[in-house]
Each structure stands twice: as C-alpha cells, then as structure tokens.
Design a protein around this ligand. Structure first.
Ligand SMILES: [Zn+2]
Length: 402
C-alpha cells in the first residue's frame, strides 16, 4: 500500500520517494512509489497532475485490491529514487471545490433538508446532486449566504481518524469498501460539518474565497446544483461582467434593463418579419399580374416561360402558384443559381401534364432530377445556365405546338 502523504498534509507539493514497482497501463509506462502526494481519481475528485523526475504524470489510479497508487507516465523513468512535483494550481482548485462542496452540502441539509447524493468535479464543471427538487431562487440564495458566511468565518478544517463504530453523527455519503487508513478519515469544519472523506481540502474555510451557485437543474426527483469556488468563481464573474458590459453597450441600456431591451428587440423583429412577408407577397402579386399581361397566348393557353438568375427557389414556387391561380396559364420557371432549378405549373382548368414535361426538360440538364403531379412539378440539377435555358426553350416549344 502506498503511503498517501496528502492524508496528513494536503499542502505538500514536492516529495521524494522510492520506486517499488514498474508496470504498464494501456501501453504507457507507470510506477508505484513507497509514498506519494499525487491524489488518484476517487470520491468525485479527479487525479492530480504534475511530474516525477521531470516526466509528466498523465493519470493517477488507485489500484483495486492492494490500494497501491499507480502513476501513469509520459515516458519511462530509470531512477529508483525520484522526486515528485504536483501541479499546484490544479490541486488547489480541487481543494477549494472539495471543501466548498462539504460546506454547500451541509448548508443544504441545514436550511432545506436536502441531502447530497452525488458529487462531480472536473475542469469543466463542479456539481452536487440533491435528494429533492423544488428549491426556489430564495432558497438557493439563503444556502449561498450560509455557505459564504462559513467561508468568511475562516473556520479551521481538520482531518482525523476515528474508529468506524465511533462515527455516530458523521455524514458518510458512501462507506469505503475497505479502509486505507487506520480508521475512518473525518473532515471537520469547525462547529459546522463533520463528513467522512478521503479527498484533499484546504486548512481554513477562508481559502475557498467565495462560493457561487450558477445553475440548478431538475433531474427526475433530484436537483443538480452547479457551483464555483475561488479562482473559478472570480473567473466566472469576470467573463459574465464583460458579457453584460458588451450587451449593455450594444443595447445602450442599464444591466437591469437588459431583459426588457431583448424583449423589445424580439418584438420588433417579429413585427418586421410579418411586414416583410406581406410586402413580399404584394410584390409577387404585382409581378404575377405584370407577367400575365405580357404573356403570349397559344390557343386558350397563356404561356409564361422565364429563367431567373440567383433567385430563391421557394419564391419561384410561390410565383408559379400565383400565376396559375388565373385560368388558362402555364408557367415554366427556372432559376440558374448554384444549382439549376425548374418549376412547371399549370392552372386547374388545363390538362397538360407538367410532370411529363419536366422529366423531358430535366433530361437536358446535368444531374437533373425531380418530380411532382400533373398540375405542378419541380426539379433541379447541376447544369449550366445555358442548359437551363435550352431546357426551358424545349418545354416552351412543346406547349406552344399543342
Ligand atoms: Zn472531501
């Protein structure tokens, strides 16, 4: 069993040790040392990083069975006597959040009768899962206030070992299967919380700096509470402050007025979209009327055959349907944009098969595919504008010859 130096002092960042075993983990070299201050992933807290004899430590694993701490390395180490160095910024962040979690969990128990049933700590987020739902904003604020009061009190945080049978009143989230120490390790936040835990903690609550809940989500019959402590809380505040400043500058309003300013923008956008829609419809109606007046007649059919450059295919479909609302109209419309689009439509009183006509026309366009019904058919291909025009001309000849 590796002697875990962080049990007695979580502030040791550098240590000397002897290699007692060399092994490989997933093709990476790894060592077991007689003692270490590297924390292995466990209890919701991720492993430490750092170096051993200058070689980066990529993972730290607590081995099942003998509880050895396995250090996975970026390269093999030849020496038997080594010096380890823990990435202190990462570790201290974990200490702040782990101790913060103890305080937050106890604050939820004290004020809201909500027990912590899960804990997750990673570089992206820190969360606890609570045994109940229905915590409103006022409850969250009360819990935050109590947690920060305990932090500002700068209370001592101590670790001690007790016999499991003497652990009455100690909050134990999950009893370890076998103890790695000569008793149950108890973390005591003076006159506030006593919890069994094998993690790394700060020695006074003031070192946590502050604690802020940033999000509460309902998860079935539980609540997931995301929070930040210390440097992460400061960084989060910095990012959000910058964001709010950018938004208030862009919208020329105060922070309190942001929700209303955004609401006003959304409302005016909705009005403009609806105005734009009716203006477009009006333009299409006028365009359709103009085209119908100028259209040549073949027997009882008025024929409109037109190729547009770079126009929205959906708009062409609308134009075709506008045109064919008038009796006796055939509309052969094309768009030569990135792809060549064709829309063939006829009025309900006519009988010509637009789908058959379209299939014929698509045959002269590269990659031409499409379909539809007798009254309306559409298709597209990769063909050139010249191919599109030729296809329209051919269709026009068929209609005018009928
Ligand atoms: Zn802990």
């Amino acid at each position: 069993m590796t002697q875990r130096l962080y049990y007695d002092d979580s502030y040791i960042r550098e240590f000397s040790a002897r290699v007692v075993e060399r092994l490989t983990v997933d093709d990476h070299p790894a060592v077991v040392l007689d003692q270490t201050c590297f924390y292995p992933s466990s209890g919701g807290q991720p492993n430490d990083r750092g170096t051993i004899n200058g070689v980066p430590v990529s993972d730290v694993i607590a081995r099942d069975g003998d509880a050895a701490v396995v250090h996975v390395l970026a390269a093999p180490i030849e020496a038997d006597d080594v010096t380890g160095q823990v990435d202190w910024n990462r570790r201290f962040d974990h200490m702040q959040h782990h101790t913060g979690q103890h305080i937050l969990s106890q604050a939820f128990v004290t004020l809201e009768g909500a027990a912590t049933v899960g804990f997750h700590l990673s570089a992206d987020s820190v969360t606890i899962d609570l045994s109940r739902t229905g915590l409103d904003a006022a409850a969250i604020s009360r819990v935050e206030d109590l947690a920060n009061q305990i932090i500002f009190d700068d209370r001592p945080v101590t670790a001690r070992l007790v016999k499991p049978e003497d652990a009455d009143g100690v909050r134990i989230r999950k009893l370890p299967e076998h103890l790695l120490t000569d008793g149950l390790r108890i973390i005591d936040i003076q006159d506030f919380d006593v919890t069994a835990c094998g993690g790394t903690h700060v020695s006074r609550t003031g070192e946590i700096g502050s604690l802020k809940i940033v999000r509460v989500d309902k998860r079935g019959d539980k609540s997931r509470v995301e929070f930040r402590c210390g440097w992460r809380a400061l960084n989060d505040y910095r990012i959000k402050n910058t964001l709010v400043y950018q938004l208030t500058s862009a919208l020329t309003c105060g922070m309190d007025e942001l929700p209303q300013a955004v609401q006003r923008l959304q409302d005016s956008l909705k009005t403009m979209q609806s105005d734009l829609k009716s203006a477009r419809q009006q333009l299409l109606d006028e365009e359709a009327a103009r085209l119908l007046t100028a259209a040549p007649e073949f027997g009882r059919v008025r024929l409109i055959s037109l190729a547009f450059a770079d126009r929205d295919a959906a708009e062409i479909r609308l134009l075709a349907s506008r045109l064919t609302q008038t009796a006796g109209v055939i509309a052969l419309l094309g768009v030569a944009s990135e792809r060549a689009h064709l829309v063939f439509a006829r009025s309900a009183d006519l009988t010509q098969d637009m789908n058959a006509l379209l299939q014929q026309a698509l045959a002269s366009i590269d990659g031409g595919r499409g379909g539809g019904q007798s009254a309306l058919a559409q298709g597209s291909g990769t063909g050139t504008p010249a191919q599109l025009q030729a296809a329209l001309d051919a269709a026009e000849r068929v209609v005018s010859a009928q």
